[in-house]
Design a protein around this ligand. Sequence first.
Ligand SMILES: Nc1nc2c(ncn2[C@@H]2O[C@H](COP(=O)(O)OP(=O)(O)OP(=O)(O)O)[C@@H](O)[C@H]2O)c(=O)[nH]1
Ligand SMILES: [Zn+2]
Length: 351
Amino acid sequence: MHNLEKLGWKKEYDVLEDNVARVISVQKNSYRISDGDLEYLAHLSGKFLNESNSPLDFPSVGDWVEVQKLPEENKAVIKRVLPRRSQFVRQAAGNRTEAQIVAANIDIVFIVNSLNHDLNLRRIERYMILAYESGATPIILLTKRDQSTIDEIEDAIASVSEVAIGVPIIPISSLNGEGIEELLGYLSDGKTAALLGSSGVGKSTLINSLLGQEVQETKDIREDDSKGRHTTTHREMFMMPNGSMLIDTPGMREIQLWDGGTAIETTFQDIELLEKDCRFSDCRHTTEPGCRVQEALSTGELSEERFQSYLKLQKELAYEERKQNLKAKMEEKNKWKKISKQQKENYKYRV
Ligand SMILES: Nc1nc2c(ncn2[C@@H]2O[C@H](COP(=O)(O)OP(=O)(O)OP(=O)(O)O)[C@@H](O)[C@H]2O)c(=O)[nH]1
Ligand SMILES: [Zn+2]
């Protein structure tokens, strides 16, 4: 097996394999990359910096990059980011309309919930939209099954399956290993998986058990950067004994909805189906006659909570979209302002 394949390389790009590496962590002005054999400290090439004008152009964890390895030991220059199969986008801190890539090329998103806390179905819906939005496949994990009875586990699976339509649901225990075999079944041949879930549901414990060793302690290393300041750097991508990659980046836990039009349709496919049967194609599902959604709500076929959650997420996305449009408009306006100012200047010199 070529070393790159260990990192999930699928040979889908027209780049010499010797010049390919995967980003395993992003630091302030540098990147840690790996070619499956060695790790390198990498910087962006001048050409790259000149030609990139959006934060989305820059490498993130999980990206495949074309590099030039330097004769200097374990150093490299990143020349370009290879096309992404999937990407997790979030709004940059402080600038809510600026997008930023949190992780790329993720095949599977594990949505992690604990069986011994109240299952938050609304949060599962939100995470499902995020997963679909990114282009990855969601899988639901119900952790700490060693602390639950069979009845509790079955009840939980039943209620989760109503909101996670067609999504695998796996009850697991990181303590006694139950369900881990089934989980690994989804992670064959160099797949890359990421974890989404609230604090305390057992993500770190699961990672440790999947990696078969304690990695948490080695996660946070303080390093001096060139300016003598301390920056906390940490590993964000781990290779499992079976060759799959696991991404656990803090950024994953803060992502908001961004652009989930079709993701919402997939997540709420039951409601989308009902809507098709409303008498009016522009039905708003309030007081219209022949509203299939209202009918399903009255018979209990569709729960009021799920419908409200659907409306709320739709509203949130519409708000994001308006904001992004407004930003685009402002930028356009500023561009024209500049151009017309320039024209006035030109005119001044002509007379
Ligand atoms: N009984 C049982 N306890 C578990 C299991 N997995 C995790 N725990 C416990 O749950 C607590 C929280 O687990 P963590 O792995 O730290 O949770 P986390 O999701 O990583 O939390 P953050 O790091 O805050 O995001 C710890 O006390 C774990 O020992 C499990 O499968 N069974
Ligand atoms: Zn309707």
